[in-house]
Design a protein around this ligand. Structure first.
Ligand code: NAP
Length: 298
């Protein structure tokens, strides 16, 4: 008997993201039901409510999606969901808060491809500076790049304190080292880009974080990427659909938000489709997103 595929979509926020609802239904789920203002403490009960309503062989047709805008909280919720399973009563779980896991995965995968193609090297040992690192996309971008062996600096637009706390929590949670840096003035940002080989911009939509002059002074820059599609660009002069073309005023190549968005979209859709087609319940986080984004990035 073919069962209906049902996705329970949980968010700690007041609204479930319409973007994620559309993505889930377009990927093939028969139903996507939003649950809002869900706390970490609610996860166990909600998951057990879902798992015991269907026979064990229907677990694979039942999914939990974890949204929100906080990566550590989403990972804690994913952990709580896994803990709530009572084998053989198990369901699939996928976390992608504010699209950050799939967006960060797509950005790092595109940059890795550009490094290999244009500079004959990978992420390992490469100096990477992440702007917008206090945001959910920047956080996850830093973790993925550092996990791949890059020497990652996370830049705080309002000083070093918050990024220093984030660096400490990343080390504790993932066992990888990222260095905090103060990016609160143009002079500080210039010094940071002069010392880096890759710039990853994940700042708020419509905010320019780096100027052409700053990038022009970065003699060792190899790749600059930006996820902000709302004008002005996060990196001045970087075109939204840049896909490895030379970046004005630099020796580097650029990757724009629409090229990254294309891989992000396919990665999120692909993980939903994998959930639907899986033979056994699956659990996906940013690591699975990066694995798929690497296959999809061209
Ligand atoms: N291309 C794609 O497929 C795609 C998909 C999803 C998201 N995005 C884009 O990815 C970016 C990051 O998303 P997000 O959800 O992490 O965004 P976010 O929460 O709005 O914040 C991103 C970062 O920007 C910082 N910021 C705020 N004002 C700033 C300023 N004036 N100067 C420099 N930095 C500033 C934030 O600092 P605070 O912590 O102080 O707020 C935070 O570190 C956004 O531009 C979003 O539109 C792109």
């Amino acid at each position: 008997m073919s069962r209906k595929t049902i996705l329970h979509m949980l968010t700690p926020l007041r609204h479930m993201s319409p973007f994620d609802v559309n993505m889930a239904l377009d990927a093939g789920f028969d139903a996507a039901i939003p649950y809002t203002e869900v706390g970490l403490a609610d996860i166990g009960n909600l998951v057990q409510d879902a798992i015991f309503s269907r026979p064990p062989d229907a677990g694979v047709a039942t999914g939990i999606f974890i949204a929100g805008k906080d990566a550590p909280l989403a990972l804690d919720m994913l952990g709580a969901a896994k803990k709530a399973m009572v084998p053989p009563f198990e369901v699939s779980v996928f976390a992608d808060p504010a699209g950050s896991f799939t967006t960060a995965a797509a950005m790092v995968a595109k940059v890795e491809k550009a490094l290999i193609k244009h500079h004959d090297r990978g992420l390992a040992g490469t100096a990477v500076a992440v702007f917008g690192a206090t945001g959910v996309v920047g956080y996850c971008t830093a973790v993925i790049a550092a996990s791949e062996g890059a020497n990652v600096t996370i830049v705080g637009h309002d000083g070093i304190d918050r990024v220093a706390d984030i660096a400490a929590s990343i080390k504790e949670r993932f066992g990888v080292v990222v260095e905090p840096a103060d990016g609160s003035t143009d002079a500080y940002k210039t010094a940071i880009v002069r010392a880096t080989e890759v710039v990853l911009a994940a700042a708020k939509a419509g905010v320019q974080v780096l100027s052409k002059a700053q990038l022009g002074s970065a003699g060792g820059l190899l790749v600059a990427a930006d996820v902000n599609a709302v004008p002005p660009a996060g990196i001045e002069g970087l075109k939204v659909n840049a896909n490895g073309e030379p970046l004005d005023a630099t020796q580097a190549v650029g990757i724009g938000p629409l090229s990254i968005g294309n891989v992000k979209y396919k990665t999120q859709a692909g993980l939903f489709e994998q959930m639907i087609k899986a033979k056994k319940p699956v659990v996906y986080d940013f690591r699975d997103a990066f694995t798929l984004a690497r296959e999809l990035a061209k």
